[in-house]
Write a protein that binds this ligand. Structure first.
Ligand code: BEZ
Length: 209
């Protein structure tokens, strides 16, 4: 059975570049970005892991931790890790899971048979502090991910958890938000600033502070 939004993210214990870690214990109380990359010593992956390392302060502001995974052995991760800092300017500052027996990759359906070999595709799972899966993205091996989008979606998830709102297309923090359909326009006017009704089902408001 596949994973779905709202499921508990499967727990696992594995060897990582930060030693043996158990996923739920490691992320306890935090959000997590758990993502796979196809292989060590590959160009796109090197840029992605460097970009993730460079975003560590943005993740920390959002109570979010990053963890990567590939099916390479831990010795390869340790050998490759210095290249990430050398090439991208930011040293690796989060764990990479070694998954040589594909145990975790299979648990998270990270290996796609049509994609050439048994290495993982570029999967992203955003997991909330209650260990629930809140977002899943899958990119092919040849296309590096947009990590600004990953930060943006964490902002959107955290904003929509806090207030009865949704976020429109291309929303960025500070932009106006959409009032939840569960809130009447009268109630929305009590609760939010500058409520505007374009349609009974589409009401914009200023983002709550
Ligand atoms: C890369 O990271 O550059 C890469 C890895 C596997 C397939 C294609 C590209």
């Amino acid at each position: 059975m596949g994973l779905h939004l709202g499921d508990t993210a499967p727990d696992f214990t594995a060897m990582t570049t930060d030693g043996e870690l158990s996923f739920h214990d490691w992320k306890q109380g935090a959000w997590a970005v758990f993502f796979s990359h196809p292989a060590d010593f590959t160009p796109v992956c090197t840029t992605e892991l460097g970009r993730t390392a460079a975003l560590s302060s943005e993740f920390a502001k959002r109570n979010t931790k990053a963890m990567a995974l590939s099916i390479d052995p831990i010795e390869d991760h340790h050998e490759w890790a210095p290249d990430i800092g050398e090439v991208t300017g930011t040293a690796l500052n989060f764990p990479i899971v070694a998954d040589p027996d594909h145990r975790i990759a299979e648990l998270y359906d990270m290996i796609h048979p049509g994609e050439g070999d048994t290495s993982t595709v570029r999967s992203v799972f955003i997991v909330d502090p209650d260990d629930k899966l809140r977002l899943m993205l899958t990119y092919p091996k040849s296309v590096g991910r947009n990590f600004d989008e990953i930060v943006r979606v964490i902002d959107a998830l955290q904003a929509t958890d806090k207030d009865p709102i949704a976020t429109p297309a291309d929303w960025r923090p500070g932009d106006r938000v959409i009032v939840s359909l569960a809130v009447s326009t009268d109630d929305a006017k009590e609760r939010f600033d500058n409520v505007e009704e374009f349609k009974p089902y589409l009401r914009y408001a200023d983002a709550p502070k």
